[in-house]
Design a protein. Structure first.
Length: 284
């Protein structure tokens, strides 16, 4: 027997749950809760567009912020999964995505909501008509859900090309990804601002797995290894001036400060020769 419950759409803005990212189930319910419950209009730019019952206009960034997900790639991938299972129809329209919830009217029509108890009682009595217990799922084509794969798990945070590249990389290492390993790897990628860039780094460094800390450690090591910049002395400034006058050749060896240094044993002190004086003397 199919049961119905009433839930306020404001639950998604409740302060008690603000800090928690939404699960995919909750994200699906968010779409249903924010779909138009009657025909209306929505402004996109300077144009007004008709919004039929069960539809909504939204941007990927709005969904990412509302669902508190770290990557818009995950949002895009989730919408593709919903489309694949014929739960929604998504079309780009003037910079926004027009989402249609399949079978919205069948489950969410106003009369059914206002008379939920009467409707449920009627369904219980009607034993001759089979009851669809799939609830909010699309009924366009009845088919079993596909099994999760390593690529589908990676595509929750990566685009299709990067997901395939990671799988091929693991195969080249003779360490093919299992579904569970892909789930864990996707979780690590999602901790980075750009999961696709994190996947590129994993492949470029030949890593079997990935941890954001590895990238930070490598960057810190490179910073320590890079030579510290030396503060320019008066001699450096004079040498540059002399090279501009054509007195010193513009070659790597001419950049040495020893050319203008006066030697005193193993010690050097900067010469007091002014470059302009040398330039003026050269003209006589």
């Amino acid at each position: 027997m199919s049961r119905w419950i009433r839930v306020q759409t404001a639950i998604f803005e409740h302060e008690l749950f603000q800090a928690e990212p939404l699960t995919e189930r909750e994200a699906w319910l968010w779409l249903i809760a924010h779909a138009a419950w009657k025909d209306t209009k929505h402004r996109v730019g300077m144009d007004m567009h008709d919004v039929q019952t069960g539809c909504l206009f939204v941007t990927l960034r709005q969904l990412q912020n509302a669902w508190r997900w770290k990557s818009d790639y995950r949002v895009r991938s989730f919408l593709k999964v919903l489309e694949k299972h014929e739960m929604i129809i998504a079309k780009a329209n003037a910079g926004k995505t027009h989402v249609t919830i399949c079978n919205y009217s069948h489950y969410q029509e106003v009369e059914r909501t206002e008379h939920a108890e009467k409707t449920q009682a009627q369904r219980t009595k009607d034993t001759n008509t089979p009851i669809n217990t799939s609830s909010l799922r699309s009924e366009v084509k009845a088919r079993a859900p596909e099994k999760a794969s390593a690529q589908s798990e990676l595509m929750k945070v990566l685009d299709q090309d990067h997901a395939k590249a990671v799988i091929d990389h693991r195969k080249a290492l003779k360490k093919p990804l299992s579904v569970r390993a892909a789930q864990l790897l996707a979780g690590q990628f999602s901790k980075c601002p750009d999961p696709n860039a994190a996947a590129d780094a994993m492949i470029a460094h030949g890593w079997q797995g990935f941890d954001p800390q590895w990238l930070q450690n490598r960057q810190q090591t490179q910073q320590r290894a890079s030579p510290a910049s030396r503060k320019l002395t008066h001699t450096d400034i004079w040498a540059d001036a002399l090279r501009e006058e054509g007195i010193f050749p513009n070659e790597p060896d001419s950049h040495s400060t020893d050319i203008l240094d006066a030697g005193y044993g193993n010690r050097h002190q900067e010469s007091n020769v002014h470059p302009l004086r040398i330039a003026n003397a050269r003209s006589y």
